[in-house]
Write a new protein. Sequence first.
Length: 259
Amino acid sequence: MRYLSTLSASLVLAFIAFSVTAQQPPAPVSLGPYTLPEGTPDYIRKAIESPERTDAEKARDSSRRPAEILMMSGIKPGDHIIEIAGVGQYYTKILSAVVGPNGKVDVYDLPYTERFAGEASRAFAAAHPNTAYHQEDYNNSAFPEDVDVVFNMLYYHDLILQKIDTAKMNAKLLASLKPGSAYVVEEHKAEDGSGTRDVEKLHRIDVQVVKDELLAAGFELIEDSAILAHPEDDRTWMVFTQGQRGTTDRALFIFHKPK
């Protein structure tokens, strides 16, 4: 009996371990070494090369192109930043380092992320006085004023999936920004004309939806960049697919609040 009890306990623990592992998305595909573009400001270079970033995070840089995106955003030391969905902290670490001790990063996560991001996010904020972590329903969020840049990286489709009133949220973010400041949106592309059909199954969205909603909110589209384009992606597979993660065809929009 004691043997059976021990065996049963071992099987339960093994199942739990398997379940936790199975819930973790596969590592992104590395696209090789990342070379900072010519003219990268020193404060961006130092943030990207920070020893605080893990090797796994740095391996994603060739796919994510952080220096180019930060340069397009206009971010600088001393800025006040909003990051929508800092889950995983890929951008949180970089943003915190760029704005420095005289800046601030407000990170907003939805409550469901607690089980896989809450502890690490609180620990990062506790260790970095310029970073504040908020875990709340965006439908009820009151965003700060006089913000310099808002970042929403690969998460607009999740706003739809999580039943967020995007029109209301976009209006609040517009009001939070200083005139002329940027709202940066990166998103996985779904098939053109598909609307929000694939937000749950594939974690993709027809990026025309994103564009239309932010224009309707009063933002101006300053840049529709192809820097994250992968034309070989047929847009029919789930973005966390083993061996393909990090190679999706992605939109990068730079919106501004009108001056």
